[in-house]
Design a binder for this molecule. Structure first.
Ligand SMILES: *Cc1c(COP(=O)(O)O)cnc(C)c1O
Length: 392
């Protein structure tokens, strides 16, 4: 009797009639995959973001894997990333046989700490263990200070991948995340909880033509049909060569049609997210929360609205609050369990004591529901319920 209201998820896709029609059109066409829709989606995203190349793949995880390969990550190399991310940001190193290490977070933005990165690089340089690749993650859509990252990359000679799975439509210094002004490549995810969706899917953007060429090869078995890339003279128009070890990481045209149609609403999605986030900010400002600040010169896409509980003031635990909200039909989430805490990573020898800020974040952070199709009344319900947790 109490919960007649529909449960509110933490995230949800927004599929329009136009999206559905775009997918149906491809289903009626000659090509479900390897047709014209994938290049059209790549074109639209590249133009929107303002970057030279965009390569669509089957997921952001696939994108991370082949971007590491294309940047030359090899066994015995190190890849560094932030401790607070989805596991895929680190797993890509291990797919390449390389080693992974984590940088603790900044307590204000909850992104990778640039101060700690710098200190860690100084030590690594002395030990001859500098990373070959740094994967930065724009947590919740809030950009890392990329200009500072670029300075360090120049000084210490590592490549930079932006894991922008959360940050499509976000901006840094007034330019779209993915323009790669300060990085070698940026990767996006089109999983349904993210900013736009293609059901499953991902994209890599880069300004390097040679990198884009390698990525195209690696996403499709390492096979080329371009005579210029062949080792032997082509004896027929049916001839092709495998010149590298690649994968089948292609996006289908069916999925690309959905992504391409969704992309036309990118600004509207992000504006709605910005609006809902600003309302949360205002309505929750009197609660005992530690605020998560946006980075310098960052315009967030607000994939996530993260709150941090001031556990010195609050009498309840994070889990109690989660369960109270759940009893009111509101599903919170948590982004993320520090990667080094997972049993797989613990087995590699990581120790929680090396990441004090991530540990603190793990104990006090929660993600409130936020998605563009969230109604004002559902948003109000979350605010009222969340405020209620602190008075009862
Ligand atoms: C979602 C996500 C990924 C993986 O995306 P898929 O498209 O599901 O493979 C990688 N990194 C981050 C930070 C993510 O949030």
């Amino acid at each position: 009797m109490k919960n007649r209201l529909k449960p509110i998820p933490y995230a949800r896709q927004d599929i329009s009639r136009d999206d559905i029609n775009a997918v149906i059109e491809v289903l009626h066409s000659d090509f479900l995959t390897q047709g014209p829709t994938v290049p059209a989606f790549e074109h639209d995203l590249r133009v929107k973001i303002g970057v030279n190349h965009a390569v669509a793949v089957s997921s952001a995880t696939a994108a991370l894997h082949i971007t590491c390969l294309a940047l030359g990550l090899k066994s015995e190399d190190w890849l560094w990333t932030t401790s607070i991310s989805f596991v895929a940001s680190a797993n890509c190193a291990l797919y390449c046989g390389a080693k992974v290490d984590f940088v603790d977070i900044d307590p204000i933005t909850c992104n990778l700490s640039i101060t700690k990165l710098q200190a860690k690089l100084e030590i690594a340089e002395k030990n001859g263990r500098l990373p070959r690749i740094l994967v930065v993650v724009h947590l919740g859509g809030n950009s890392v200070d990329m200009q500072e990252i670029a300075k360090l990359s120049e000084r210490y000679g590592f490549s930079v991948i932006e894991d922008a799975s959360h940050a499509l439509g976000g901006k840094y210094q007034g330019q779209y995340v993915g323009s790669c002004r300060y990085s070698d490549a940026t990767i996006f995810s089109f999983h349904p909880v993210k900013i736009i969706t293609s059901a499953e899917g991902g994209m890599i953007t880069t300004n390097s033509e040679s990198l884009a060429k390698k990525l195209l090869l690696l996403r499709s078995h390492g096979i080329t049909r371009d005579v210029k890339n062949m080792h032997s003279p082509s004896d027929s128009s049916l001839y092709y060569e495998q010149v590298d070890l690649g994968y089948n990481y292609r996006l289908s045209d069916v999925c690309a049609a959905l992504g391409k149609s969704q992309l036309t609403r990118l600004e509207a999605f992000v504006e709605r997210r910005q609006y809902l986030a600003a309302e949360y900010e205002r309505e929750l400002s009197t609660l005992p929360l530690i605020s998560v600040k946006q980075g310098r010169e960052s315009y967030s896409s607000y994939h996530l609205y993260i709150v941090r509980l001031d556990l010195h003031t609050i009498q309840r635990s994070k889990e109690e609050i989660n369960l109270l909200m759940k009893s009111k039909g509101i599903n919170l989430s948590f982004h993320y369990i520090p990667i080094y805490r997972h049993p797989f990573y613990r087995r590699l020898g990581f120790d929680s004591r090396d990441f004090p800020e991530s540990e603190r974040y793990y104990s006090d952070a929660l993600t409130l529901p936020l998605y563009p199709s969230m109604s004002d009344s559902d948003h109000r319900r979350v605010i009222t319920a969340f405020r209620g947790v602190f008075v009862s």
